[in-house]
Design a protein around this ligand. Structure first.
Ligand SMILES: Nc1ncnc2c1ncn2[C@@H]1O[C@H](COP(=O)(O)OP(=O)(O)OP(=O)(O)O)[C@@H](O)[C@H]1O
Length: 815
């Protein structure tokens, strides 16, 4: 590196020299005025040589001669020409000997010339090998000392003896410095271009002796321990020799110049320096490109990778542009000498980095491959686990399916039990009487003066009427009913036997409840209640509907019910819609045996969901009902009113739909015509009423007698109620009796009607008395009812393998 710096500074001197030559500015390079003066004294006032290089050659020759003595320096004249100088020194003998004087032992073995003066006349007889041996040893040593060297070719004819002169004078300077004590730093002002050239570097001393340090005379263990003569340790004084040379040139140039010309000259000098440096930079780039070309030729070996290849590798390996740039810059700095060895070293360095990166990548790839294998293994295990789970789940679902199948069978069985239950329940109702006749005796009304009563005696199911002689045989007449309710019977007691039939309606059966009796006997009271309603005085209608909604609500888990209401009136054998809002209330057609059980489809059908809904509708119907004051009762109705509740229930389990209906019929007054004292339209009304009541009696009597023909079509009333009379239907007839004696004739007439429909059903009376047969049936039904009512499968545990929790199925079956 020191040599390179020296070179660059020497180059600066050369540039200055060239610059001065171009401008014909004469200056004695390397020799200041004092040197010239000294040379003048040395040559004793002779004419000074014109060329300063001659003076330096003479100085060198004289010093060699003085150093080696007369004998040793006999071959070298005192003032030799250039030719003489080269011939005298080309054998290297004088140079090696003078070097040994300066540094004893520097060249231990000097190849001497033969003693034959003839042969050694011009040294030509000495073989080229011997020349080379001595010169090489000399050059290697002075090179190590840091003294400017020369080339062997400089001894050839036309060679540059100036470099040899400088080398000798440098030795001289060194010796003088040593002889003066060697204090400080030895400096030598170089006079010519640098003489560091490749051939000197390649020389090695033949005898391979350990070189002796030029300054310390100690063996040099390593190159780094060498101490060159041109001092490198002191940065302040480094290259002072060269600097002094440049300084001398500059001062010599500027001393003869005018002051105002100096800046121009300086500027031109600097420009020249810049041009030279740019040229050198361009040369370096060319060398770099050439070295890159050489690298391409280095082959495919490990060291044969090209820098550009390495640059690409580095880039690919994400080393970044900075690293690449740094390395390339390093290459540029190091390529001044186009040293292929250095390039190879850098190439190797790049290759090592690339190789390290590749190894790391290989390691990463291997790890990834290992991870992939592990993942594959895990995936395989998971797949196996999944298929095992799938198999187990399949087994569990099969097992579950079997359990569900059993459950379905059980549920189906349960449905069969329920169906059986319904039938048995209905059978019980039948045994109690599909046609039941109840008798209710109205109490005396408040404020009535008469206290005489026709009722002689009444029991649970019999009513005895005292009959005067004018009504036949004097005494008493007894009538049998399913049940007899006295004047003090509560509304709740009257409804008690009706209540079980409400469930029948929800089970899909038809129920028909009649209120029969003369005007003012209490029909409306039984069916609706008094004008001022309380919980206790609510009639059959309200209670039946209340029970209906309650029971349907209880069953909502298993049945879905749709309940709707129609309210019709039969007046003078015409069917009228009491809920019509469009005013068209009359002359509705009756169509029996319809699929939906609605015989008067044109009549208004209002869905209801609460009891209050129905009460509201009944009030509307009551207002629309034809009411005509009579002499007997100002609320006397001259028509039959029929409130029909249609019930459609869907079994949520089986999907089966059941249809039932309940007809609540408030019949028109049954009083005889002559007693009502009516004529005209009123008479006509009474005739229609009597006719229809007679037709109702006929139908019920025919049903009781199980006749093949049932005369439904004899009246609008029986025609309307055809589906609710007969078959599985239940009929309840409430016969109302007025207790007043003056009404005895009407009472006997009413009882005669009741006797006709009630006495024929002997079974009803027996059932009512709870015979052993009925009791047995009741117990059976009770068992089924309650067992089914409360039979709930609370849960069904299905054990599934691999499950901690059992599958729980809860069932709540039909009430
Ligand atoms: N069991 C009873 N207890 C108390 N009062 C009653 C009873 N039955 C009827 N009444 C009263 O007797 C009167 C007549 O009764 P209701 O109007 O019900 O007779 P009806 O047979 O419906 O007459 P109509 O045929 O004219 O409608 C009413 O004031 C009613 O409150």
């Amino acid at each position: 590196m020191a040599t390179e710096q020296q070179d660059s500074q020497l180059c600066l001197a050369t540039i200055l020299e060239d610059f001065l030559k171009q401008r014909n500015i004469q200056v004695s390079v390397g020799v200041d005025s004092s040197s010239l003066k000294k040379a003048d004294e040395t040559f004793g006032g002779r004419d000074l040589p014109v060329d300063p290089s001659d003076l330096r050659r003479y100085e060198a020759a004289r010093w060699v001669r003085n150093t080696l003595g007369v004998v040793g320096g006999r071959d070298l004249p005192a003032d030799p020409s250039e030719e003489d100088f080269r011939i005298a020194l080309r054998s290297g003998i004088l140079l090696c000997n003078v070097l040994n004087r300066v540094k004893p032992g520097a060249v231990p073995k000097v190849v001497e010339a033969p003693n034959d003066p003839l042969v050694n006349q011009d040294g030509a007889a000495l073989s080229a090998f011997q020349y080379f041996e001595n010169l090489r040893n000399f050059l290697v040593f002075v090179e190590e000392m840091g003294i400017p060297t020369f080339e062997v070719s400089d001894f050839e004819k036309g060679g540059k003896s100036a470099r040899i002169v400088e080398c000798v004078l440098a030795l001289k300077s060194y010796r003088e410095w040593k002889q003066s004590g060697g204090s400080g730093t030895w400096r030598y002002i170089l006079n010519s271009k640098p003489t560091t050239f490749g051939i000197a570097k390649q020389y090695k001393r033949k005898d391979s002796e350990v070189p002796v340090d030029a300054v310390t005379n100690s063996p040099s263990s390593t190159p780094s321990s060498e101490q060159p003569l041109l001092d490198q340790s002191d940065s302040n004084t480094k290259n002072d020799g060269t600097a002094s040379s440049i300084d001398a040139i500059v001062r010599a140039v500027f001393s003869d110049m005018k002051q105002e010309d100096i800046p121009v000259i300086v500027e031109d000098m600097l420009k020249s320096v810049m041009v030279e440096y740019e040229r050198r930079l361009a040369t370096q780039n060319e060398l770099l490109l050439m070295s890159a070309g050489n690298r391409d030729k280095l082959g495919s070996g490990d060291l044969g990778r090209t820098i550009s290849g390495n640059e690409e590798t580095l880039s690919d390996a994400s080393y970044g542009e900075e690293n690449v740039t740094e390395i390339v810059n390093n290459n540029m700095e190091a390529s001044q000498d186009s040293n292929v060895e250095e390039l190879e070293n850098q190439d190797y360095e790049l290759y090592a980095i690339s190789k390290e990166k590749t190894e790391k990548q290989q390691l990463i790839i291997e790890r990834q491959q290992t991870h992939t294998e592990e993942l594959k293994h895990d995936l395989k295990a998971v797949k196996a686990g999944l298929s095992l789970l799938q198999m187990k789940y399949q087994q569990e679902f099969t097992s579950l399916g079997k359990h569900l199948h059993g459950l379905t069978y059980a549920a189906t069985g349960y449905q069969r039990v329920l169906e059986e239950n319904r039938k048995l329940y209905n059978q019980v109702q039948d045994l109690k009487g599909s046609i039941r006749v109840y008798c209710r005796v109205r109490p005396f009304l408040p404020g009535q003066k008469s206290v005489l009563t026709t009722v002689d005696h009444l029991e649970d199911s019999t009513l005895s009427i005292a009959t005067p002689s004018k009504y036949g045989k004097e005494g008493q007449k007894t009538f049998t009913f399913n049940k007899v309710f006295g004047p003090s019977a509560s509304q709740e007691a009257v409804f008690a036997d009706t209540q079980p039939l409400i469930r029948s309606v929800l089970d899909g059966y038809n129920v028909c409840i009649f209120a029969y009796g003369q005007t003012g006997s209490g029909k409306t009271f039984t069916m609706m209640g008094p004008n001022e309603l309380t919980d206790e005085t609510l009639g059959v209608n309200y209670r039946a509907l209340s029970d209906l909604f309650h029971l349907s609500s209880v069953r909502k888990e298993t049945f879905s019910y749709n309940i709707s209401v129609q309210m019709l009136e039969i007046y003078n054998e015409q069917v009228r819609d009491l809920l019509a809002t469009n005013g068209q209330t009359s002359r509705l057609e009756i169509r029996n045996s319809t699929q939906d059980g609605i015989n008067v489809p044109e009549a208004t059908l209002v869905p209801v969901s609460t009891t209050s809904d129905v009460i509201h509708l009944m009030n509307i119907g009551q207002k629309n009902r034809a009411v005509s004051a009579t002499a007997m009762n100002d609320r006397s109705s001259r028509s039959h009113s029929c409130l029909t509740v249609h019930v459609q229930g869907k079994d949520l389990t089986s999907g089966v739909t059941l249809r039932g209906s309940m007809h609540l019929v408030d019949l028109a007054g049954s009083e005889r015509i002559d007693k009502s004292e009516v004529t005209g339209d009123r008479l006509k009304e009474a005739q229609h009423i009597n006719k229809s009541l007679s037709a109702l009696g006929d139908v019920i009597a025919s049903l009781s007698q199980k006749n093949n023909h049932i005369p439904y079509r004899n009246s609008k009333l029986t025609q309307l109620l055809q589906d609710a009379l007969g078959g599985q239907a239940k009929t309840l007839m409430f016969i109302h009796i007025s207790p007043e004696l003056e009404d005895l004739g009407e009472t006997l007439s009413t009882l005669k009607f009741a006797e006709r429909v009630a006495t024929v059903d002997l079974g009803a009376a027996r059932v009512n008395k709870d015979t052993s047969e009925v009791k047995e049936l009741k117990e059976q039904v009770h068992h089924i009812y309650f067992s089914s009512h409360y039979y709930t499968i609370h849960s069904l545990k299905i054990h599934c393998p691999n499950h901690q929790l059992p599958l729980l199925f809860a069932f709540r079956l039909l009430v």
